[in-house]
Write a protein that binds this ligand. Structure first.
Ligand SMILES: NC(=O)c1ccc[n+]([C@@H]2O[C@H](COP(=O)([O-])OP(=O)(O)OC[C@H]3O[C@@H](n4cnc5c(N)ncnc54)[C@H](O)[C@@H]3O)[C@@H](O)[C@H]2O)c1
Length: 219
């Protein structure tokens, strides 16, 4: 496994956690805002492990809460560039290798915001809706190549993104109030679903979107 993140320390930290389970893993620092970086990540996997079976795209950024029409253009473009363009660049780099595998899987981390549109988080919501569209197109394009493509749409999961200083506690409170189960999701719960979608056990499901929302999503 290759853990890739723009923050090399974060990649190493996650890789160390994976290594504790005994799995072979290496960490690389890459920036999904550049095609060259995404290709370098794929090349690294091929060099070290001889190929690529699974791509999981989880890198993403949040945004400051603001009405859509007041959002500075550079902020809008930054969120779309990382959360949508970055996912496209990474999948574009990985698909040729995944098609060579006999068990290719792509799992894209979208958000319930992409299905419902969170108020004051328009760029984020639009970027995640774009990831859902990409999932559906890719699923159809790769259906006969044995590469299955699915997305997950978490509601609120307890991670640094949600707890960061820039996050507005009032927004978190509003999001939490929409979850019938009344709590944040955990990273373990996300990992369980992603692991299944990335596994050979997921064999007749592609272009799908899977909620982790504690009951928030209604479609
Ligand atoms: N936490 C939630 O409630 C929640 C809900 C729905 C969806 N998501 C999505 O889950 C994914 C993971 O989020 P998280 O909550 O773990 O956030 P996080 O901030 O903890 O992790 C995001 C990671 O993306 C990396 N990253 C940011 N920009 C990058 C770039 N240009 N190139 C490479 N890596 C980059 C960051 O360094 C960070 O390690 C994101 O796509 C997020 O939008 C999170």
């Amino acid at each position: 496994m290759v853990v890739a993140d723009i923050d090399g320390n974060r990649a190493k930290q996650v890789a160390d956690e994976v290594a504790a389970s005994g799995a072979p893993v290496s960490a690389v620092s890459l920036d999904v805002r550049a095609s060259a970086g995404c290709r370098a990540g794929v090349d690294h996997a091929v060099q070290v492990y001889g190929g690529l079976d699974v791509l999981i795209c989880s890198a993403g950024i949040g945004q400051a809460a603001t009405p859509a029409w007041e959002q500075p253009e550079e902020d809008w473009l930054r969120v779309i560039d990382v959360n949508l363009n970055g996912v496209w660049r990474t999948t574009a780099a990985a698909v040729p290798e995944l098609r060579r595998s006999d068990r290719g899987r792509i799992v894209l981390v979208s958000s319930v915001a992409g299905k419902e549109g969170n108020p004051h988080l328009a760029a984020y919501s639009a970027s995640k809706a774009g990831v859902i569209g990409l999932t559906k197109s890719l699923g159809k394009e790769l259906g006969r190549d044995g590469v299955l493509v699915n997305a997950v749409t978490p509601a609120v999961i307890d991670t640094p993104m949600v707890r960061s200083e820039g996050s507005d506690p009032a927004v978190l409170e509003t999001l939490l109030s929409k979850i019938p189960m009344g709590r944040l999701g955990t990273t373990e719960e996300v990992a369980e679903l992603v692991a299944w979608l990335a596994s050979p056990s997921c064999s007749f499901t592609t272009g799908g979107v899977f909620d982790l929302s504690g009951g928030r999503s209604t479609y």
